[in-house]
Design a protein around this ligand. Structure first.
Ligand SMILES: NC(=O)c1ccc[n+]([C@@H]2O[C@H](COP(=O)([O-])OP(=O)(O)OC[C@H]3O[C@@H](n4cnc5c(N)ncnc54)[C@H](O)[C@@H]3O)[C@@H](O)[C@H]2O)c1
Ligand SMILES: O=C(O)C(=O)C[C@]1(C(=O)O)C=C[C@@H](O)C=C1
Length: 368
């Protein structure tokens, strides 16, 4: 069934990205935001139109406002658009649903959802049509959601190119505490600690620090609301991490001394490694341990395009890439993540083409 016309309320990063994805999929999207300039910018990047929708015609409403505003905007949308399925993209689900039960609105047309994709940026200028492509998008129907409304949200997720996961609201909230909210706080603590590091030491910052602190660059107001809405699920996870931190500190204090404690630091490091291997691969598939191959590239015009041409020629699927520059030599290093069973073919083909290529960790077990 068609999702057109759709209304997106909240034309920021997520809302404008939904608008762009739906528009690209051929749907008509009307944009609303309490900030009129966000509607204009979002319309300008292809997220939809600033013209108001005809309320009775609207089939789908996507509410993409900050957590504290969600419940009121959803209740209002159920009232203003009497034939529409209403969903939201909020990061926490239970509190919103509780507010809806008490509202007296037609909750059968509401199905909450949550795309597990975003960024540290805010506002429509940072929106992308492909933000949700191949990413997980949770759909959280409640006991009174109609089957038709749930199907509409499934169609929305498919139109945005995402992979649906249907999940109970409470399980969702406890899951995101573990995989999103506590990780966010770890990044914030690490980045906050940098305020005490002298500038001349910060210039040594490499990709590791940037990886760990990226999401700490997010909007504090948004995250205060997310954490406030999910504090019950976040607190026990934080305490568990606190316990791990305490045991790590004791291990480091006593490392080098005889006995089992000496191995405790290694045990922490191995526990972390095992955790990274539990993160699912793309498409929600079982985790894949990619091999990281590093190619040295001269800092010269055309080197990168020549390298990409040779990678394409090898016919190997590259899962991820990143580039680092050597601060002293005029070279860069391109890391290519490839499936273990394709790595040797790529090494062979690139070596034949004259590139210096090898494993980022030569001791790594290529069996993965
Ligand atoms: N940022 C992420 O990575 C991410 C990812 C998934 C889900 N989410 C969720 O998506 C929602 C939006 O987050 P975002 O990152 O797009 O934020 P954003 O700040 O980029 O956009 C929010 C938009 O909502 C508008 N707005 C605020 N109150 C409003 C109201 N009462 N009525 C109409 N418009 C209103 C703002 O003007 C802004 O344009 C949040 O609920 C967030 O939890 C965020
Ligand atoms: O990639 C990022 O920048 C994000 O933090 C996105 C992220 C997450 O994956 O934790 C953050 C919060 C949202 O509710 C959903 C997605």
């Amino acid at each position: 069934m068609s999702l057109s016309p759709a209304v997106v309320i909240g034309a920021g990063l997520v809302g404008a990205s939904v608008g762009c994805a739906l528009t690209k999929a051929g749907h008509r999207v009307h944009l609303e935001d309490r900030n009129a300039s966000h509607v204009q910018v979002a319309a300008g990047i292809g997220a939809g139109t600033s013209e108001p929708a005809v309320p009775d015609e609207v089939r789908l409403v996507v509410v993409a406002v900050p957590p504290a505003a969600l419940a009121a905007v959803i209740i209002d949308a159920l009232d203003r658009f009497p034939r529409a399925t209403v969903t939201d993209v909020g990061s926490v689900k239970a509190g919103v649903l509780n507010a809806l039960w008490d509202s007296g609105g037609d909750v059968t047309r509401y199905v909450g959802s949550h795309p597990m994709a975003g960024s540290q940026f805010s506002g429509p200028l940072t929106a992308q049509a492909d933000l949700f492509h191949d990413r997980t998008w949770v759909i959280a129907p409640h006991r009174k959601s109609s089957a038709a409304a749930t199907q509409d949200v499934r169609d929305l997720v498919a139109a945005c190119g995402a992979n649906e996961v249907i999940m109970d609201v409470d399980i969702h909230d406890s899951a995101v505490a573990r995989v999103s909210h506590v990780p966010h706080l770890m990044s914030v603590l690490m980045a906050g600690h940098l305020n005490e590091v002298p500038v001349e030491q910060l210039q040594l910052a490499g990709q590791g620090l940037r990886d760990v602190t990226r999401i700490a660059g997010s909007d504090p107001d948004l995250w205060e609301q997310i954490l406030g809405a999910n504090s019950a699920a976040v607190l026990p996870e934080l305490r568990a991490v606190q316990h791990q931190l305490d045991t790590l500190i004791s291990a480091i204090e006593s490392d080098g001394t005889a006995g089992a404690q000496a191995h405790a630091v290694l045990a922490h490091l191995e526990r972390g490694l095992a955790g990274t291997r539990r993160i699912p691969g793309k498409h929600g598939a079982a985790p894949v341990q990619y091999r990281q191959l590093v190619v040295e590239i001269p800092d010269a015009p055309g080197a990168l395009s020549r390298l990409f041409a040779d990678v394409a020629q090898a016919g190997v699927n590259v899962e991820d890439i990143s580039i680092q520059h050597d601060p002293d030599r005029q070279v860069g290093y391109l890391s290519l993540a490839v499936a273990p069973d394709q790595a040797d073919a790529l090494v062979g083909s690139m070596t034949d083409a004259g590139w210096a290529i090898g494993d980022s960790d030569p001791s790594s077990d290529s069996a993965g």
